[in-house]
Design a protein around this ligand. Structure first.
Ligand SMILES: Nc1nc2c(c(=O)[nH]1)N[C@H]1C(S)=C(S)[C@@H](COP(=O)(O)OP(=O)(O)OC[C@H]3O[C@@H](n4cnc5c(=O)[nH]c(N)nc54)[C@H](O)[C@@H]3O)O[C@H]1N2
Ligand SMILES: Nc1nc2c(c(=O)[nH]1)N[C@H]1C(S)=C(S)[C@@H](COP(=O)(O)OP(=O)(O)OC[C@H]3O[C@@H](n4cnc5c(=O)[nH]c(N)nc54)[C@H](O)[C@@H]3O)O[C@H]1N2
Ligand code: SF4
Ligand SMILES: [Mo]
Length: 740
């Protein structure tokens, strides 16, 4: 089946209720009419090797895991296998769309869209300056290697510091921790040969994040087979926690308390690495002093886990384990005190010396991101947010070169010089993803101009003035997302995939980089890619940009491209160099702001878990079939998991007279939502767990059809963390009632 102009038009006029009911139009292919090509999936950090089946028109008809792939070993998940639907379903946007006065969308040619956007953008720029122009990058943008550098460079070309992304509603606590503790160039010890791992608030077997992302189940089983001890801390006995040797199931939001108690115990028992601390830590006694109130009994009382279990976990990690790290996911990094949680988790690694030492091999010193010398020494706390641009609202500095998404809605809504009037939503879905949904949606609606580069009619797309649909992953050439390179592979590795599929013949889908180039040109700006100036008369080619993307690699683009299953750098791995006494600094475990936070944690410890007015705590979970909201518009994925249930412990359900499928109302201080209850005996009592990425716009959501958006219960306005404005996105106090 081919998409025609008419099918797009008729799709646009489909009514709200009908818009998701299209069957999956898998192209009909006669046997023998197909070819198979190797590529890799770019939905998540798994970067799984795939075999893509294509029909005569070079459209994707099937995607399988590639057993020959030395990294992912044939693994594929349901999201990756569903790529044919993402590429071919009737709802995929195939022509640039312009919103009409009545709210409907009209297909227009790309050149017209770019001209019109360019004119309006230039007018905003001239009248209000670069500060009025912002971009929000979502996960659909991060998984394209060229865009990783090009989007920030586009913002720089326009002279605007207002680049936002999901980073600061995710795990930017990791950047804050590094910025306050100091940085160790050779990096942490790797998972692959550790004898202990402490995993906090992450579920790699579903999220394919953390631990080892290349066929996580196989790698986890391998690690267990060679004797690795796995300790998991999570309010839910997750798929991953099933493999734990020690499992702590605390109340959400209590990681800081548990970690502080572990640090206290480890230092008192002398289980830490004294020689390492002596040489590389500036203030161990200050840390010890700050954790003084956090006895095992005190932590046990707050977190509601046995004191003996905390001791057991600390002993297994620090006393019995010799190699291996604490690794955190979104759980602690979204809970209250997220920056402190992450700081204490990293402090545990530092105190136990779980870093690659002088003379030791650095398994993956980088590939596309470049390989500099890595001395085994501390780069003292750089605190980059303390200098440079600050947000107009809240005065937050830049995190990872970006503004904090926690203040994005305010930056749009608050009048005054520097107010954001234009937003490029690049591969994101802020109307669903950002905490405080109602306010975020109001903000998006108030923009003078919103443009989404987006293949599907998401809630955010529907709020846009223009939607520019891109080529999808198998239609473009790429490398794996390189910002996490050392975590993606224990060996220096990258892989080039050419485009293997073609968009429908009559589609007008864009190269995303072209949109940035064309708009920069229309504004009379010069764009760079990886620091290299681009010709602003003739647009670059995809290959040219990928060549630039690989400019820091230890192999040429041609050599990389010649290895269809990926390029592994041969030879001896890099070695951590001796420290340079002239520049070596020390880790700062207890700077003043962290001390304030730990004091605050102690003072608020009871309130964090108080169950009087809000007896439950709401937490997140990833689900297998969607990547955040991706799949929200795809009929088969919707059929697989039509709505996101509110998971509850069966005892809680019995106590409240709630059965499977009971319609419940969940309220927080911020708002309320209606959801369908489902039992999950893996969840501890007192906790409700709901996936994000579901639910439509406020007022347009049918909980049975769309699921619900937990961001109706969150806010970005209160309890923002200092430094990164991180909202409270886990351990949200809520009440629960049956609906009439
Ligand atoms: N309550 C709550 N809220 C959360 C979270 C939570 O746990 N709980 N998690 C947070 C986290 S960790 C994150 S990362 C954010 C995610 O926030 P976002 O990144 O804003 O949301 P996604 O749903 O991932 O949106 C990705 C979009 O990219 C589009 N897309 C797919 N392929 C392409 C492509 O090739 N090009 C382009 N341009 N677009 C493409 C998809 O259709 C989709 O609309 O949500 C955050 N929000
Ligand atoms: N299938 C799938 N994979 C995904 C995604 C997806 O939507 N679907 N999203 C991707 C994205 S954007 C990201 S950022 C990564 C995230 O990857 P992960 O961080 O592994 O995300 P989750 O699987 O949600 O695991 C978070 C865990 O934290 C627990 N938790 C919640 N609150 C607390 C707390 O206060 N303390 C502790 N200790 N635990 C807590 C939850 O029960 C849950 O098991 O996953 C990525 N991978
Ligand atoms: S795990 Fe991630 S990379 Fe692998 S197939 Fe699934 S979505 Fe794609
Ligand atoms: Mo994320």
């Amino acid at each position: 089946m081919r998409h025609t102009q008419t099918s797009v038009r008729s799709w646009i006029t489909i009514t709200m209720n009908e818009r998701f009911t299209e069957p999956n139009p898998k192209p009909a292919v006669a046997a023998g009419d197909t070819v198979e090509k190797k590529s890799f999936c770019r939905i998540c950090t798994g970067m799984c090797g795939t075999v893509v089946t294509l029909d005569r028109e070079e459209r994707v008809v099937a995607v399988h895991g590639d057993r020959d792939d030395p990294q992912s070993l044939g693994f594929i998940c349901s999201k990756g296998a569903n790529a044919p639907e993402a590429h071919n379903h009737e709802g995929r946007i195939l022509h640039p769309l312009k919103r009409q006065a009545d709210g409907s969308f009209k297909a227009i040619p790309l050149s017209q869209a770019l001209d019109e956007i360019g004119d309006r953008l230039a007018a905003i720029y001239q009248e209000h300056g670069p500060e009025a122009i912002a971009a929000y990058r979502g996960s659909g943008c991060f998984f394209s290697s060229v865009l990783l550098s090009l989007v920030p460079e586009w913002m720089a070309a326009l002279g605007s510091p207002k680049l936002f992304s999901t980073l600061t509603i995710d795990q930017s606590a990791k950047l804050v921790a590094m910025g306050r503790l100091g940085y160790w160039p050779p990096g942490p010890q790797n998972f692959q040969d550790s004898d202990v791992t402490l995993l906090i608030g992450s579920n790699p077997l579903v999220s394919i994040a953390n631990l080892d992302m290349r066929h996580p189940l196989k790698r986890l089983k391998d690690a267990k087979d060679r004797g690795m001890t796995l300790i998991v801390i999570d309010p839910r006995r997750t798929e991953t926690a099933q493999y734990a040797d020690i499992f702590l199931q605390p109340l959400p939001g209590t990681d800081g308390v548990i970690l502080a108690a572990m640090l206290r115990l480890i230092i008192d028992e002398g289980w830490h690495d004294k020689a390492f601390c002596e040489q590389h830590v500036g203030d161990l006694p200050s840390l010890r002093q700050a954790v003084e109130p956090f006895t095992l009994d005190a932590a046990s009382a707050v977190a509601d886990v046995p004191a003996e279990q905390i001791r057991e976990a600390a002993a297994a990690f620090a006393r019995d384990g010799s190699k291996g790290c604490v690794r955190t996911g979104t759980g602690p990094d979204m809970a209250p005190f997220s920056n402190l949680n992450e700081h204490l988790a990293e402090s545990l690694n530092i105190v136990c010396g779980r870093l690659i030492r002088e003379g030791e091999a650095i398994p993956n010193a980088g590939f596309l991101m470049g390989r500099g010398p890595r001395p085994a020494q501390v780069v003292p706390a750089p605190r980059p947010w303390e200098s440079g641009p600050k947000s107009r609202i809240g005065g937050y500095g830049l995190i990872g070169g970006e503004m904090c998404t926690g203040v994005l809605a305010d930056e749009i809504l608050e009048p005054g010089p520097g107010q954001i009037r234009f937003l490029l939503n690049h591969g994101g879905n802020p109307a669903q993803a950002v905490p405080g949904q109602r306010k975020m949606v109001d903000a998006l609606k108030s923009l003078e101009l919103m443009v989404s580069i987006e293949p599907h009619m998401t809630p955010s797309a529907r709020l846009s003035d223009y939607i520019i649909p891109p080529k999808l992953q198998y239609e473009r050439g790429d490398f794996p997302i390189y910002i996490f390179e050392p975590n993606l592979s224990p060996r220096p590795y990258t892989r080039y995939t050419p485009p293997v599929a073609k968009p429908p013949a009559d589609a007008d889908v864009c190269d995303e980089w072209y949109v940035l180039w064309a708009l920069a040109k229309r504004l009379g700006k010069n764009l760079t890619c990886m620091g290299e100036p681009l010709d602003m008369e003739t647009p670059p080619t995809e290959e040219q940009l990928l060549r630039l993307t690989s400019k820091n690699a230890p192999a040429s683009f041609d050599d990389i491209a010649a290895e269809p299953l990926g390029y592994f750098l041969e030879g001896e791995p890099d070695i951590a160099l001796p420290p340079d006494p002239a520049t070596a600094g020390k880790f700062s475990l207890m700077p003043d702001d962290v001390r304030d936070e730990i004091t605050g944690l102690w003072q608020r410890r009871e309130e964090l878990v108080a169950r009087d007015s809000y007896p439950f705590r709401l937490i997140s979970r990833r689900n297998r079939h969607r990547f955040n909201s991706m799949g929200f518009t795809q009929p088969r994925i919707r059929k697989l998991l039509p709505y996101n249930p509110a998971y509850l412990n069966p005892d809680d359900m019995a106590r409240h007279g709630i059965g499977e499928g009971t319609i419940i109302r969940i309220r927080s201080e911020q708002g309320s939502l209606t959801a369908i209850a489902e039992a999950d005996d893996a969840l501890r009592p007192g906790v409700i767990s709901i996936s994000h990425g579901f639910g439509d716009l406020p007022g347009e959501t049918d909980y049975q059809r769309d699921g619900v958006n937990p961001n109706l219960l969150t806010t970005a306005d209160t309890e923002r963390q200092t430094i990164n404005a991180m909202p409270r996105m886990s351990a949200i106090p809520v009440t629960l009632e049956k609906t009439a």
